[in-house]
Write a protein that binds this ligand. Structure first.
Ligand code: ZN
Length: 291
């Protein structure tokens, strides 16, 4: 797949040039080549993240982050390692009952989907922005980042945000056994069910790093789909996989950060300038993803 490889290389170049990372803060930005989740050979990641997962992460100190895999890569856990096939609806096909891995939503309209990960920073202005402007967002929350203030995310939920699963402690999942991966995914889902009244059915793996056990664990925790992303947004600036522009159905990855509100407004201006509108997962994903 030369085209895919070229695209992937371009994406890596963009990510690397920008020093952008998934699930981290600017202070942890690094320039090493992304390492997680390679799908071309269907194998496990051949390298581990430079600093490795945190051994005793503090709730106030987000863990160092390995760079994200390109969203276009097939996850390493793909049961066959073959290119992703799609259903008539355009969604990746679920194989062997495992949840499909999605980085783009098949839509006709000029819409994109904003996802926000982790939950370290809790900015009251941001709740007002989401509520007043009615901006649809999906939150993939890591319990260790949100447990000091579940109420903050309840306010976001009441403002329309969808709350979904991003593990208990934000580990690099492929390093863990199936059993521990399942604990990471199921335990946070159970907590959010209690805290937010709805059990998550959508999952994003920390660092976008998955293996076959991750897909099994996610399925066994009731997750109906696993989400990657197309663009990483850092400090309000969008890093494009295809340089320069958004595409219909792109999933944008943002992190809660100390300058959340101004950064988010900057991103919204960029989205609008390109003629796109943020849309809600709930309106564009199959209903069975939420059952
Ligand atoms: Zn994360």
């Amino acid at each position: 797949m030369p085209q895919l490889r070229a695209l992937t290389a371009a994406a890596l170049a963009v990510l690397t040039a920008g020093g952008l990372t998934a699930c981290g803060h600017a202070s942890h930005a690094r320039t090493a080549a992304p390492v997680a989740s390679r799908g071309a050979d269907g194998g496990r990641p051949s390298q581990t993240p430079g600093n490795g997962p945190p051994s005793s992460p503090s709730p106030l100190t987000p863990p160092p982050s390995p760079p994200s895999p390109p969203a276009s890569a097939t996850p390493s856990g793909s049961p066959t390692g073959s290119p992703t096939t799609t259903t008539p609806s355009g969604f990746p096909r679920s194989r062997n009952g495992l949840p499909p891995v999605i980085s783009r939503i098949p839509v006709q309209d000029k819409i994109v989907f904003i996802t926000i990960d982790d939950g370290w920073e809790k900015d009251a202005d941001f709740v007002r922005l989401i509520r007043d402007e009615r901006i649809p967002v999906t939150l993939f929350l890591a319990n260790m980042a949100v447990k000091k203030d579940y109420g903050y995310f309840r306010e976001l939920q009441q403002a329309g945000a969808l709350i979904e699963d991003h593990t208990m402690t934000h580990p690099y999942l492929p390093r863990l056994s199936y059993k521990r991966q399942k604990q990471e995914i199921c335990d946070s889902a159970a907590i959010y069910a209690t805290q937010y009244g709805t059990r998550p059915t959508l999952f994003r793996a920390p660092y976008g790093a998955t293996d076959h056990d991750t897909l099994r664990a996610a399925r066994d925790c009731g997750m109906k789909a696993i989400f990657f992303w197309r663009e990483v947004v850092s400090n309000g600036k969008i890093a494009y996989q295809v340089p320069g522009k958004l595409h219909r159905g792109d999933i944008l990855l943002v992190h809660f950060n100390p300058h959340m509100t101004p950064d988010f407004k900057r991103m919204l201006r960029t989205i609008k300038k390109q003629g796109f509108t943020p849309a809600a997962f709930r309106d564009h994903l199959p209903p069975q993803f939420f059952e």
